[in-house]
Design a protein around this ligand. Structure first.
Ligand code: TNX
Length: 571
């Protein structure tokens, strides 16, 4: 895991004389007329940390006229249909990156240039997601195991470009990139971020910006929490009331939840609050994410966190009472009735449309925080328990989850649930998302279930980022500073066989106290970079080095116009 000038690396010793360099620069400036030339920045600092960075002394001078070459549709150039589509997306990302620098898109070469230029190449010897990026004085070579690897190389290139190249002041004539060889690959296959759009709604553009943020950090799973007590946010054609009724709450709590909707101390903003995504918009987001090598996993909460659904269709609850969409944030007793057949018809109907929209292997069905109080008093639930031989109420949740899992599997999909699903007799094939610490994940991995580690102690970005909470916007509680996220070890307490069950890690952004996208970014950044480093660079983490790189990354955030917290920058 060498970083810096390694003896085994390329020889980058200076070839030209200083005088030669000066003359060349002068000649280039004369040839180009006016226009800025943005100098290379050193040392090269990339986050998440690559396996190897070997820096040379020269620079490559990139202009709008340098052609780039992509393996694509030309005969013999492709390595499979998926790769062609993937490389097209990489090409788009590359063009999108450079266009603002030069005020014009880079040109695509018709055939592989004999020398120089920017060359992308797929290489069988590299793993999926892995790449090798080489900048020499002549050009840039990007070899990767697949299209995703090439995309990650483009993200690295973003961090090699001097941020000044993106600053206002008009397009630049040329940018210098340091001579460097970077070898890189992800440690974990699943590097996720969950966004809760139920408690507060985020527009399609804001969701896309969140996906951009993930792409910048080489993350690859966007978990979209689409339904909860306080709002149903996905259009389901079979059940139009879900969005007509369930997407709007009459009012929203102001300030901290005192622990109950009917508590006298509750104060409300009386403005109705709502929003949902049409199926067309969902497709647009899924496609946008796919072009950034990000899979979208939808979450439809079942059987708890269901009040918005019950408010839309009262026959989904045990009592059939008419409810309102929730206006406060604590756990609610009003959940789906697993005693009635109609509940399963409903959830399967919903999931049928969900499966059409989301091609992801995994579908999240929630499963967290589901009180059984109503089931205890419900004749349908009691009858179900008798006929199915279920002897405790929690077992009823296990029955409901297993039934939904069978439905998903019949459609070629896998079920993910929060770690509560372990308590109701989980099947061996379900994926467990561990949030109440890592204990659930450890237990699940010991029994051979696949796991995503997302413990609140390290991954809950709705927690404060400093002890000094008085100077912060209101948050859920807890304290999760940047350093702690960075220190997360998702493999702690697991032997090698159990580690193989851990798919990866995920940050969660619950939005009870995050009313707008500016604040969402503030809570996400820079903590997301620390979690990205856990997922991507777990075997080569180095806190001091991360801190140095963070300052550079922040300038990338500036260049991309992201809002971020300054804790951890010594400001
Ligand atoms: C627990 S994490 C929840 C969410 C809340 C969150 C607040 C999980 C599966 N359930 O409903 O928003 O705590 O931190």
């Amino acid at each position: 895991m060498a970083r810096g000038r390694s003896a085994g690396g390329r020889d980058f010793s200076a070839r030209g004389t200083l005088l030669g360099g000066v003359l060349l620069v002068a000649a280039a400036l004369l040839a180009s007329g006016c226009g800025r030339v943005i100098r290379a920045e050193r040392p090269v600092q990339v986050t998440p940390r690559p396996v190897e960075v070997v820096e040379g002394e020269g620079v490559f001078r990139l202009t709008a006229r340098v052609p780039y070459w992509m393996p694509g549709e030309e005969p013999g150039g492709e390595t499979g249909e998926g790769t062609v589509a993937g490389m097209k997306a990489v090409g788009e990302a590359f063009v999108e990156l450079l266009t603002p620098c030069f005020g014009q898109p880079p040109v695509r070469a018709e055939r592989l240039p004999e020398r120089g230029g920017i060359r992308f190449e797929i290489c069988d010897t590299l793993d999926a997601g892995a790449y090798c990026l080489e900048v020499t004085r002549e050009g840039i070579g990007i070899r990767s195991g697949d299209a995703a690897g090439a995309f990650y190389a483009v993200q690295t290139l973003r961090q090699l470009l001097p941020p000044a190249a993106f600053s206002p002041g008009g397009p630049v004539r040329a940018v210098e990139i340091p001579e460097v060889r970077i070898v890189d690959r992800p440690c974990m296959a699943y590097r996720g971020l969950m966004l809760d759009v139920a408690r507060h709604f985020f527009t399609v553009d804001e969701v896309k910006r969140t996906i951009d943020l993930m792409a910048l950090h080489k993350m690859n799973v966007f978990h979209w929490h689409l339904t909860d007590d306080q709002g149903w946010r996905i259009e389901i054609r079979r059940y139009p009331e879900l969005t007509r009724v369930g997407s709007v709450r009459r009012r929203t709590l102001i300030g901290k939840d005192p622990g109950g909707e009917y508590d006298e101390s509750c104060r409300y903003d009386e403005t109705p609050y709502g929003g949902y995504y049409t199926q067309e918009q969902i497709r647009e987001v899924v496609d946008y994410a796919a072009r950034r090598f990000i899979t979208v996993i939808p979450e439809i909460e079942f059987p708890g966190h269901a009040v918005a659904a019950l408010a839309s269709y009262p026959w989904l609850s045990c009592t059939g009472e008419l409810y309102e969409v929730r206006q406060t944030w604590d756990i609610d007793d009003r959940v789906f009735c697993p005693g009635r057949e109609s509940t399963f018809e409903f959830i399967e109907g919903v999931l049928s449309e969900v499966l059409e929209l989301f091609p992801s292997e995994y579908i999240h069905i929630g499963g967290d925080e589901c009180p059984t109080k109503m089931w205890a008093r419900c004749g349908h639930c009691q009858a179900r328990m008798r006929t199915e031989g279920i002897d405790d109420l929690r077992g009823l949740q296990g029955y409901a989850t297993a039934r939904v899992e069978r439905f998903l599997q019949a459609h070629g999909r896998q079920l993910i649930g929060w770690d509560e699903i372990l308590e109701s007799g989980v099947t061996p094939t379900a994926v467990v998302m561990s949030w109440r610490g890592t204990e659930g994940g450890v237990r699940a991995a010991r029994q051979g279930n696949r796991v995503v580690m997302s413990p609140s102690t390290y991954c809950y970005f709705d927690y404060y980022q400093t002890e000094d909470t008085a100077s912060e916007p209101l948050a859920w509680g807890g304290c999760l500073p940047l350093e702690k996220v960075y220190a997360f070890d998702p493999y702690e307490g697991l032997d090698e066989r159990e580690r193989a069950c851990v798919l990866g890690v995920q940050a969660n952004l619950w939005t009870e106290y995050i009313p707008d996208f500016g604040q969402a970014q503030y809570m996400l950044l820079p903590r997301l970079s620390a979690l990205a480093e856990v997922g991507w660079s777990l075997d080569r983490k180095d806190p001091a080095d991360y801190r140095r790189r963070l300052a550079r990354l922040a300038r990338c955030y500036d260049a991309a116009g992201f809002h971020y917290a300054r804790h951890g920058f010594g400001e």
